[in-house]
Design a protein around this ligand. Structure first.
Ligand code: ADE
Length: 385
């Protein structure tokens, strides 16, 4: 048996886990001896353990107050890559400004960007609006009710479609995000790297088979467990876990080491110089191109490389400005998914509001211009001066 196990685990860890092999029964070796484990049976027990636990108490979050598909959709899109605490206020503010799908479909881009300012990943907001326009054109503003139709919308992938359809309509469509993958990885003592699409797909298929009638609560309960008891970047709180009795990670003592993640690709680093140009209380802003990184958002004029003071002054002159005084220079970093900007901010007072810029007052920046965090950090420094 030991020889079989060694051979199996070698194969198993090379290929990415039990789901990959299609084994219904595999041998799971423990210190007490060899035992047979049926993974489907473990997953089948999840709803019975998780639903009562979720019912007894969970975080009261604004998007859990109702099951309106528009609300669920908005919250799920905001919650991608973003913490619950950061999303709360954005969610409430967004719905107050754009209370329904036709309002979202018809809003102007500056309003949309302003509502999203600081949340990052702005293509999420642009896709929301695009999808709202499709919903108005194709379904008269009523959110579609089948998984396939929901999945066909811009910006909606398998996770979001699964979350919306299970939470809004109680359809048995799993919503497999990082939280849920962490839970299943530990529950099944599964070494498959959770950031591989194959892992996500297989976990989704396996979970889909055990979805209960209360599909929405089950999706939320899985997310809740992964966010609270079985949380990221820390040891799981197994003492409080409703699934401890079926959890292989707990029983085998491996939960702390799981989930496994594939090695990350290195981020490209780029030096940039940002000019915070002021002229009697007005500031130069320009719009970024409509495609690419931070598309269509406002920015302070900036250029590649780190310019020294003399070069920054020459650059401002080349932009058609008459620089008067370098007020300050600071360094800041901003990390995107694939790039890191090492940014030097040069605060320059200039003689007139010239050049091809929009010269905004502080109040206009506050009310109208969506400045992404990469640039906003220089603006916040300016407000503190
Ligand atoms: N993260 C993703 N979806 C969520 C939800 N519905 N509630 C809390 N956190 C989440």
């Amino acid at each position: 048996m030991q020889a079989f196990f060694d051979k199996f685990t070698k194969k198993y860890s090379n290929t990415g886990g039990w789901l990959d092999r299609g084994f219904r029964y595999i041998v799971n070796y423990t210190q007490k001896g060899d035992i047979l484990v049926d993974y489907d049976k473990i997953l089948e027990r999840l709803p019975g353990l998780l639903l009562p636990w979720y019912g007894q108490g969970h975080r009261q979050l604004p998007w859990r107050a109702d099951r309106e598909p528009y609300h669920i959709w908005l919250s799920e899109v905001m919650l991608q890559q973003t913490r619950v605490e950061a999303v709360r206020d954005y969610y409430t503010r967004f719905l107050a400004a754009l209370p329904d799908i036709p309002a979202l479909a018809g809003c102007d881009d500056d309003t949309l960007h302003k509502l999203w300012e600081g949340l990052g990943y702005y293509s999420r907001a642009r896709n929301l609006k695009k999808a709202a326009q499709v919903i108005v054109e194709r379904w008269g503003g009523e959110f579609p009710e089948t998984y396939e139709d929901v999945l066909s919308l811009p910006g909606i992938g398998a996770y979001t479609a699964g979350a919306i359809c299970s939470i809004a309509y109680d359809l048995p469509t799993p919503a497999v995000d990082g939280n849920v993958l962490r839970v299943t990885s530990r529950l099944l003592d599964d070494p498959a790297p959770i950031d591989l699409p194959e892992t996500k797909k297989r976990v989704g298929e396996a979970l889909g088979k055990v979805y209960p009638k209360q599909a929405g609560d089950f999706s939320q309960a899985l997310i809740e467990l992964g966010a609270t008891v079985c949380g990221p970047n820390r040891a799981p709180d197994c003492g409080r876990c409703p699934c401890r009795e079926i959890c292989l990670g707990y029983q085998n003592g491996t939960a702390r080491q799981l989930p496994v993640k594939a090695p990350k690709r290195q981020r490209r680093e780029e030096d940039r110089t940002v000019l915070i140009l002021s002229c009697g209380g007005r500031y130069a802003l320009e719009k970024r191109p409509q495609r690419g990184l931070l598309a269509g958002l406002w920015q302070f004029p900036n250029t590649q490389g780190h310019l020294d003071t003399a070069q920054a002054l020459a650059y401002a002159q080349a932009l058609g400005l008459r620089p008067r005084e370098v007020r300050r220079e600071i360094f800041r970093k901003h990390i995107f998914t694939h790039i890191q900007w090492n940014m030097k901010g040069v605060y320059l007072e200039v003689g007139e509001t010239a050049g091809s810029f929009c010269w905004f007052t502080a109040e206009q920046i506050r009310r109208q211009a969506a400045l992404p965090t990469a640039f906003r950090q220089f603006w916040e420094e300016e407000r503190d001066v």
